[in-house]
Design a protein. Structure first.
Length: 294
């Protein structure tokens, strides 16, 4: 479908070998270039942790030259959303990347993601407004995880500021938002964090503690079943025709589960067309043989 962008949160994971990237790689093998053969969008998560140099962004653009419709969405640095301490230089650094991608028509939008603890109150509402004003000229996706934000007044604010609401799917714990795609703004942005409730609860108790990479990411260790994906498909299709662009980002990344589920959603949301599935992924997830062109 036109203007349907489906991909994953990040592409550089060592545990995606061999479930996406082959173990045996030539000297000129590039992960992003390989990834772009199968997907038309990627959400850049590294921008949440570091300020990326224009040289690196230029490298990304060159690596996806063969894919005319490929877009990057950029996750805003944690200095802005979580720490709330940022300078003019840091604003310029972020905008330099966004402008670089915009100029080459590779920019999908800016993801502004807040934590579950970020509840609706006057101070937090003003903080959202400050960030929206700073990045007013860009398409933005606002991700809030506490259901206090799900009121019409907030929706109206989002729509009036060149922004769209980011819908999320994750375990519903406490006052977390349930999965329900809604049209707020011109575009639809959906992030799938998985439904590993046990690990998600454990991660809340381990917050701030020293953890291994595996421990930090265990809450995202989840493979959506075909039945769950069909239910998700139906909910998305209820609003699909009401927006200009749809971005679907799988963040259940451990072991490459996000890759398998993204390919399945490409199949489901494109009227059950057969999909180009990497041989490595087909071997790791045999159920994909039902949707594969191979």
């Amino acid at each position: 479908m036109k203007n349907l962008y489906i991909g994953t949160a990040g592409w550089s994971y060592k545990d995606w070998m061999p479930n996406l990237y082959p173990k045996a790689q030539s000297a000129n093998f590039d992960w992003l270039e390989y990834y772009s053969k199968y997907f038309n969008v990627v959400e850049v998560n590294s921008s949440y942790y570091t300020y990326i140099s224009p040289k690196i962004v230029d490298g990304w653009i060159k690596k996806v030259e063969a894919k005319d419709d490929f877009l990057f969405t950029i996750k805003l640095h944690q200095d802005f959303t979580h720490k709330r301490k940022y300078s003019q230089e840091q604003i310029k650094a972020v905008k330099a990347n966004l402008n670089q991608l915009s100029t080459t028509e590779r920019f999908g939008g800016l993801l502004i993601q807040f934590p579950y603890s970020f509840v609706l109150n006057k101070e937090n509402a003003n903080h959202v407004k400050d960030l929206v004003d700073i990045f007013f000229e860009y398409d933005k996706f606002i991700e809030v995880r506490h259901k206090s934000w799900f009121i019409q007044r907030f929706f109206n604010f989002v729509e009036s500021n060149k922004s769209s609401l980011c819908t999320i799917d994750q375990p519903v714990i406490g006052e977390a938002i349930e999965f329900k795609p809604v049209k707020v703004g011109d575009n639809l942005y959906i992030r799938f964090h998985g439904r590993n409730t046990k690990a998600w609860k454990a991660s809340l108790g381990n917050f701030g503690k020293a953890q291994t990479y595996e421990q930090q990411n265990e809450r995202y260790n989840y493979l959506y079943s075909p039945g769950e994906l069909v239910e998700i498909e139906q909910k998305i299709k209820e609003v699909l025709d009401t927006v200009k662009k749809v971005f679907i980002i799988m963040n259940n990344h451990p072991k490459g589960n996000a890759v398998a589920n993204a390919l399945e959603l490409i199949h489901f949301l494109n009227e059950r067309i057969k999909v180009n599935v990497p041989e490595t992924t087909l071997k790791a997830y045999p159920r994909l043989s039902k949707i594969s062109l191979n």
